[in-house]
Write a protein that binds this ligand. Structure first.
Ligand code: SF4
Length: 210
């Protein structure tokens, strides 16, 4: 799944992390999987219901050299690393992805797709397009997982358009906006007649873990 590039590995790099922590993946296909999270700073997508608004600022975060990140990730036994944000693709991710993969990690990215994919692809792409900033078209062909947040009933129609654009047959999830109490029931009803979707719940919020 990963592309190779010797040029990538020659570039030293550091990344602004809002936070990094060991937890369970709370959403989507890998829900329940122990994973190390790297939350990169910066997002300009502007989702009104965003639950990580604290990560939007582009500057002011501590820069972590790749070696330091590798050391932190290596302090736990899990081999699954999640690159999230913010919008992680605002940063040049290829050196980080390559380093983690060469160290034997399974690298998952969570992205809105607002920017082009990195040259070095992660092992799993969770593509969560947003109405607020149209995604770069390249993501539709390479996503392993499509995840659409349902904030209003009109989002179902938009979700179907996104699904139709995906050419890589991703696993498709509808996830309720956690601030919209009616949304889970809307999704339950919708899935009865649209079984190509699955429901994603943010289990970390139910468990009160990061
Ligand atoms: S793309 Fe993600 S981080 Fe950015 S505003 Fe939307 S939900 Fe928040």
């Amino acid at each position: 799944m990963s592309s190779s590039s010797s040029a990538i590995s020659s570039k030293p790099k550091s990344y602004p992390l809002v936070e990094h922590f060991y937890s369970l993946q709370g959403e989507g296909y890998w829900s329940g999987k122990p994973a190390y999270f790297l939350r990169l700073g910066g997002c300009d997508v502007g989702c009104s219901w965003c639950d990580t608004k604290y990560s939007w600022a582009m500057h002011g975060w501590q820069d972590y050299p790749i070696e330091e990140i590798l050391s932190q990730v290596g302090s736990v036994p899990a081999r699954h690393v999640v690159l999230t944000g913010g919008e992680p693709t605002l940063h040049s991710l290829s050196p980080l992805i390559e380093t983690l993969q060469q160290a034997g990690y399974f690298v998952q990215i969570e992205t809105s797709g607002a920017y082009p994919p990195p040259e070095r692809l992660p092992d799993w792409i969770t593509f969560s397009p947003k109405r607020f900033k149209p995604p770069h078209p390249a993501w539709y062909a390479i996503a392993h997982e499509l995840k659409v947040v349902i904030h209003a009933r009109s989002d179902f129609r938009w979700a179907e358009k996104q699904y139709a654009l995906c050419t890589g047959a991703p696993v498709a999830f509808l996830q309720p906006d956690s601030y919209r109490p009616e949304a889970p029931q809307w999704i339950i009803e919708y899935l009865r007649t649209h079984p190509h979707w699955r429901m994603s719940l943010q289990i970390h919020k139910y468990l009160s873990i990061p």
